[in-house]
Ligand binder design. Structure first.
Ligand code: FMN
Length: 347
């Protein structure tokens, strides 16, 4: 793996959205580096009927239009989630809409599902040269204007099923008005019922949750997800909360907060979900991961798999290889033969 600390430092000096475009361009040119692809067998995971060489995935939003799935897979990620894609292309919210909070190890974004639409993403996925052993998922959302969730999500699921290994129903972006209301248990039940006939290929289906759901509402929600036939949950998306100790001058911007300040909140919710689900769902822990220890903490709180976004942006493309290197000795220190043996041990 060639690390690129210099280019990461440079990217941190330009406008964040421009930096993201440059990072995508760099990945397309093969500048991100290349992990040799072999993860320690102790990191292999089976979940949702899929095999993952390692459990560390890139979270949705980094590659909204499925343009760099292969370069991301070659960095060492164990799975890649593209999207969020919506039925129609849309430009998203007004600029500026992406803010770095370097002193807090965080990002605030109010991108608003800027993407080129499902047709463009599927055209790319149809041409994708797969990296063997790296499952690819697609995260699905609704347009800001003219959305009809009970029609849109089934259409998206049906269209995408033949081309990806798993699908995610995103109900948790804070930047699409009304979206998070779909997390109410009766509405989740209605949605999953509407989606069921579109799932002929039986691709694993996950629901992505917000960390801002009141703890009291969680049990009904998880039960509705299970009863509706979904296979897993991603816990969590970004938060609207703003811990008072944030130091960066952008900390009062509106939008979803991710990275370090989200970590404990999303891990606590993951543990709560794991206690309710009791093994009936695959769980993907997401929020604030930036080290091997963070991965282990999520697994101990019940995760089968993990994802990250902000840590990757902050620490650069070498982070994945570093985590893959650091995890096996960390497991040995704890007397664990396999990462999967740590699952739920903190509950
Ligand atoms: C700039 C940005 C854009 C994002 N866009 C999406 C998105 O389109 N769909 C989605 O489900 N999550 C999106 N997310 C949320 C991430 O997938 C992830 O759930 C969240 O950032 C927490 O993980 P992290 O702390 O590792 O970043 C986005 C996050 C960021 C920082």
């Amino acid at each position: 793996m060639q690390s690129t600390p210099l280019s990461t430092a440079l990217l941190h000096r330009v406008d964040p959205e421009r930096a993201h475009q440059l990072a995508i361009a760099g990945l397309l040119l093969g500048l991100g580096g290349h992990h040799d692809g072999a993860s320690d067998p102790a990191l292999a995971v089976e979940a949702m009927g899929l095999r993952f060489a390692n459990p560390i995935g890139i979270a949705a939003g980094f590659d909204k239009d499925a343009r760099v799935v292969r370069p991301l897979a070659r960095l060492g990620f164990g799975f890649v989630e593209a999207g969020t894609v919506t039925p129609l292309p849309q430009s998203g919210n007004a600029h500026p809409r992406l803010f770095r909070l370097p002193e807090d190890g965080a990002i605030i974004n109010r991108m608003g599902f800027n993407n080129r639409g499902i047709d463009a993403a599927l055209a790319r996925l149809a041409r994708l040269r797969r990296v063997p052993g790296v499952p690819v998922g697609l995260n699905l959302g609704i347009n800001k204007q003219g959305a009809a969730p009970l029609d849109d999500y089934p259409m998206l699921v049906q269209a995408a099923s033949p081309l990806v290994d798993y699908l995610v129903i995103n109900l948790s972006s804070p930047n699409t008005p009304g979206l998070r209301d779909l997390q109410q248990p009766d509405r989740v039940a209605g949605l999953l019922q509407a989606i069921a006939p579109a799932r002929r290929t039986r691709r694993p289906l996950l629901v992505k949750l917000s960390p801002d759901i009141a703890p009291g509402g969680l049990a009904d929600l998880v039960e509705a997800v299970i009863a509706g036939g979904a296979d897993g949950l991603i816990v969590t998306n970004t938060t609207l909360a703003r811990p008072e100790w944030l130091r960066s001058h952008h900390s009062r911007e509106s939008g979803g907060l991710s990275g370090e300040p989200l970590r404990a909140r999303s891990t606590a919710m993951l543990a709560a979900v794991a206690r309710i689900a009791k093994g009936r769902l695959a769980l993907v822990g997401c929020g604030g991961i930036a080290s091997a220890q963070d991965v282990l903490d999520k697994v101990r709180a019940g995760a089968d798999l993990v994802q990250l976004y902000t840590g990757f942006v902050q620490h650069g493309p070498g982070l994945v290889a570093r985590m893959l290197r650091d995890l096996p000795p960390l497991l040995r220190q704890q007397g664990l033969a396999r990462l999967a043996d740590a699952k739920g041990t903190a509950l």
